[in-house]
Design a protein around this ligand. Structure first.
Ligand code: ADP
Length: 267
């Protein structure tokens, strides 16, 4: 609270009251508390894979008596944990850039077919041993779009990472790109655990995670989709989800052709 004495214009030597201005800082304090909690959570998330890395690398460096199967398994675990760490660190770096406003979209003409194929290839190569089928349905005929390819890559990578993480053994992931009369649509569809109707409206909120056992068994911090939504917004697109519990989910990024997406390629 700030207190200000009130003086009458006719009697400037006398106060006739006090003006008290208060500011409700509940939100601010909650944000600070949330930030502390968030840092603790992230530190924990960083520590867990680091412990696993230390444990398996020490085992590999130690005794020589380990079987080949154990060595291969240990290398796979080290690989997966490294991917997880790097995904988390990338999300944190991008969030801090978004918060400080230092991400400025850098638009170029992009061939969606090539970009999306490249993203899917790098994700599926890093997903060996997960027993997931990938399919790709993007026409080679899609017109070049004018946007920031690095930002689009982050958004699609996040959706694909979730489609794999929240899938089931033997499930599938399909990456599609379609052109309609008015828009360009990219969808990532999975056959995983699905999302309840109530949660579909909340998954893009920062820190939100569905309260199911299946979700809590998988590592995460509720950052990826909020980051993805902000990035898609920077690209003047929109993102939505349709899902059914136990059946799978379909995330859809849509760009309206009216936002300068299809600028002519200079000749
Ligand atoms: P994280 O995966 O780290 O928890 P996200 O922001 O990427 O954070 O996702 C938020 C929540 O949305 C997840 O915790 C999960 O409950 C739900 N979710 C996201 N993608 C999927 C998906 N493909 N299938 C099922 N649930 C999903």
């Amino acid at each position: 609270f700030h207190r200000y004495p009130l003086f009458s214009p006719s009697r400037p030597d006398k106060t006739f009251g006090t003006l008290i201005i208060g500011r409700d800082i509940t939100e601010q304090q909650l944000a600070v508390a949330h930030r502390g909690e968030f840092i603790a959570q992230v530190a924990h998330e960083l520590k867990t894979p680091l412990n696993v890395l230390a444990m398996y690398s020490e085992a590999l460096l130690g005794e020589d008596g380990h079987s080949t199967e154990f060595r291969i398994e240990a290398c796979n675990i080290i690989h997966d944990e490294t991917e997880r760490l790097s995904g988390l660190i990338n999300n944190l770096l991008n969030l801090s850039k978004l918060e400080s406003g230092t991400i400025k979209p850098d638009r170029h003409h992009v061939r969606l077919h090539d970009l999306l194929q490249d993203v899917l290839n790098s994700i599926s190569t890093g997903t060996r041993n997960k027993d997931i089928q990938f399919s790709f349905a993007v026409s080679n005929e899609m017109p070049p779009v004018y946007l920031d390819k690095d930002l689009l890559r982050i958004a699609v990578t996040n959706l694909l990472t979730n489609a794999i993480k929240y899938n089931r053994k033997g499930g599938s992931v399909c990456l599609r790109g379609q052109e309609t009369d008015s828009s360009i649509v990219i969808t990532v569809e999975d056959t995983g655990i699905g999302i309840s109707e109530a949660d579909c409206s909340r998954v893009f909120e920062r820190h939100f995670r569905s309260a199911s056992v299946q979700v809590s068994q998988r590592p995460g911090h509720g950052l990826g989709l909020s980051l993805t939504r902000e990035i898609v917004g920077l690209l003047h697109g929109s993102i939505s989800v349709q899902s059914e519990l136990g059946q799978g989910s379909c995330f859809r990024i849509q760009f309206d052709k009216t936002v300068g997406l299809l600028q002519k390629v200079p000749t």
